[in-house]
Design a binder for this molecule. Structure first.
Ligand code: SF4
Length: 708
């Protein structure tokens, strides 16, 4: 193999991780992306998605020019237009909506948190629309907001040992990033390292994930019963006096009320609910409380139930009563590097006050139905497009998102975009089933085509990303948003003439301009612990709130309450349906056209217990129908004895990019089509993606069509 001309250090953005990588260049072409062994964030780790970056970058199907619809919606007829034409058209259309109907008649939607996140939020706020859509209600936001009202900020498992101690006990709960790569600004490989070396290991998961094989306690709970388990663990810890008296007395708020509240929630109470034996609950609770320091690594499994917010609160309280908050090896509040501007809290109007506070003037479509979700509730939004209640948005800009597949009610979204939305713009790397319904499609830049400062999760470091390639006319989404904002006169919120001026502004406080910052690769904060001893917590009481004053104020339960999933298995639908669990090769609906990844995971799978499968006459590798009260999809059975006999786990986000446009057979295997209706967490609007019901049928069964 030939030698690279040079190797450049940069930061991957294939998912939500913090992996620093070495990019091998040959004749100005990216030929390889490898993990950087000297990276303090990822120590050489790279996952298959990151390693496939050159294949993604140069893929023949990349969008390379702006495309305007030239036929009927969804007819796949397009004409190439220039960027100037595209941006002029967008600015005119958005301005017309603003003048004729009001700012709320434009919606802005984004996919998972990516470099564009800061600008999509900023653009929506500056334009004055409260109708900003993100998947946050089902991912991360329930944990972030619960943390904010309980402790002031999100606590993170202290897996790097900056304080001279690694966690002695790690409880991994509803998270599998040790196997799938990364999440929430954390590197899965670094977490795995901390887990393996911990003295005591606890895994809470309905599936026997890889970490469960190494665990001292694997609590295979029933999906949707997480809050009940956490309450029972509190019952043991408080009842047996294993809590941290000094922390709860000095720094806690409402501990006595909590102690009384959990008296009823014994392991015997939780046993039949969680399907974890009372003795296992007791043992795990004792281990967690008595092995210090201990941390909880949580994940998306917490966010995807109709009890999500209360569950997150309960888990925070477990961290608090055991005194593991902001101590070395516990759950800590990272100290970000000095002088870096970023973070979503600044994008809601706190920095540029007047110009961004316009969003308050217009009524959000969801009517603030869920008190603890800052964004417009996605399912409510799409429903409003059909019903026209309370009003029907006229235009939408969808950035980095494929909601037909990645949101629930995909058929409703399809109808809304086809029949009701007057003007849709989609920015993406590839054509997708959603982009096919747009009026204008914009080619987005891959992370190897972006200069950036990676700091979205505000962890303990900020890293540089370097533009190393240019494919066609693909443009950084931020750059496009900046220009559209300027055309619309939103200069107060978009202060910078161009993206480099913005990046200079982001790192201004470090005394460096971006070009200089870029050479640093990474800047770190100076970690400090036990900050509450000096400054308290950022809550109304200044304490760690076991009893939440904000919840009380909102008329919601101030102490965590378990509420069972809204739908239980029946004779017709006897199995519990989980979906949304991440994989190693794809990121939601992304990357299914990448050959090297597709070879390793060619088909969408549903994990099913061998005993259950045998009863249904299903063998490993059979195509099966998974049917819920809401829909039916075709998936391939994967027999797995690490899942309970009454639970199945269906992969989400599947479509077939190799199939014909405009649909690419997306309706065939998209597991999100199995969900819908009005089943939401009352606090955040989270959906029961991991605790719904279904049945699985062999293709030859009477109600199943031919599956091949
Ligand atoms: S885990 Fe995420 S950030 Fe890390 S290499 Fe993989 S895709 Fe990139």
């Amino acid at each position: 193999m030939s030698q690279p001309d040079h190797i450049i250090r940069t930061t991957c953005r294939g998912c939500h991780g913090v992996c620093q990588v070495l990019v091998h260049m040959e004749n100005q072409r990216v030929v390889k992306v490898a993990g950087d062994p000297e990276s303090p964030t990822s120590r050489g780790y790279i996952c298959p998605k990151g390693a496939a970056a050159p294949e993604i970058l140069y893929h023949k199907d990349r969008l390379t020019h702006p495309l305007r619809r030239a036929g009927g919606r969804g007819e796949n007829k397009w004409e190439r237009v220039s960027w100037d034409q595209a941006i002029t058209e967008m600015a005119e259309r958005f301005d017309r909506v603003r003048r004729e109907s009001g700012t709320e008649y434009l919606a802005v939607a984004q996919g998972t948190g990516r470099p564009y996140t800061e600008f999509t939020n900023r653009f929506a706020a500056a334009f004055g629309t409260p109708n900003f859509l993100s998947p946050g209600h089902n991912c991360f936001l329930p944990r972030v907001i619960a943390s904010t009202i309980t402790a002031g900020v999100l606590p993170i498992a202290d897996i790097y040992g900056f304080g001279g101690k690694m966690p002695a006990c790690v409880m991994n709960w509803g998270c599998n990033h040790a196997e799938t790569g990364a999440s929430d600004g954390m590197c899965g490989a670094m977490f795995k390292r901390a887990f393996v070396q911990a003295e005591k290991k606890i895994v809470v998961d309905p599936r026997r994930i890889g970490l469960a094989e190494k665990a001292d306690h694997w609590l295979q709970l029933k999906p949707g019963s997480e809050c009940a388990l956490a309450l029972a663990m509190m019952n043991v810890i408080i009842g047996e006096g294993l809590y941290d008296r000094e922390f709860v007395e000095k720094y806690g708020f409402g501990f006595d009320r909590l102690a009384r509240h959990v008296q009823l929630f014994t392991p015997e109470w939780a046993g039949p609910i969680t399907l974890v034996s009372p003795s296992s609950i007791r043992e795990a609770a004792r281990t967690f409380a008595t092995t210090r320091p201990a941390c909880i690594q949580w994940g998306n499994g917490i966010d995807t139930s109709t009890n999500a917010f209360q569950t997150a609160r309960a888990m925070l309280i477990l961290m608090g009563i055991t005194g593991n908050i902001d101590v070395p090896g516990g759950n800590v509040f990272w100290v970000p590097p000095r002088g870096i501007r970023s973070g979503l809290h600044k994008l809601r109007g706190k920095e540029e006050g007047g110009s961004l506070s316009a969003e308050k003037k217009a009524a959000v479509i969801d009517g603030r139905r869920f008190p603890f979700t800052p964004d417009c509730h996605v399912p409510t939004f799409w429903k409003s497009m059909i019903t026209g209640e309370p009003y029907r948005t006229r235009a939408i800009w969808i950035v980095g998102s494929n909601p037909l597949l990645t949101a629930t009610e995909g058929l409703t979204i399809e109808r809304a975009l086809k029949d009701y939305m007057e003007y849709t713009v989609v920015s993406d790397l590839f054509m997708t089933p959603t982009a096919q319904l747009a009026d204008l499609v914009l080619p987005a830049a891959h992370w190897l085509e972006q200069d950036d400062i990676a700091f979205m999760h505000e962890v303990w470091c900020a890293m540089t990303r370097k533009k190393l390639a240019q494919i066609g006319e693909a443009r950084d989404d931020k750059d496009v948003i900046l220009e559209v904002a300027h055309r619309l006169g939103l200069n107060d919120a978009f202060l910078w003439p161009d993206l480099h001026a913005y990046l200079d502004w982001v790192c201004e406080g470090t005394g460096m301009r971006f070009e200089e910052f870029k050479e640093k690769d990474l800047v770190m904060g100076e970690m400090r612990y036990r900050k509450h001893e000096e400054q308290g917590f950022g809550t109304p009481s200044g304490k760690f709130e076991f009893y939440s004053t904000i919840m009380e104020h909102e008329g919601r339960p101030p102490l965590p309450v378990y509420v069972e999933p809204p739908v239980s298995p029946t004779e017709d639908y006897p199995l519990i349906l989980m979906t949304g669990t991440k994989g190693l090769y794809y990121f939601h609906s992304e990357l299914h056209q990448i050959d090297s990844l597709r070879k390793r995971r060619p088909d969408p799978v549903v994990q099913i217990n061998p005993e259950t499968a045998a009863g249904l006459g299903i063998s490993d590798g059979d195509w099966v129908w998974v049917e819920s009260p809401h829909g039916r999809v075709k998936l391939k059975a994967k027999l797995f004895d690490g899942i309970a006999v009454d639970v199945v786990n269906a992969e989400h986000g599947w479509w077939y990019p190799e199939a014909s446009p405009p649909e690419y057979r997306w309706k065939e295997s998209c597991a999100n089509l199995l969900f819908g209706g009005d089943l939401f967490d009352p606090d955040t609007g989270a959906e029961p993606l991991k605790c719904y019901v279904c049945r699985v049928l062999r293709p030859t069964s009477s109600s199943a069509h031919t599956a091949e």
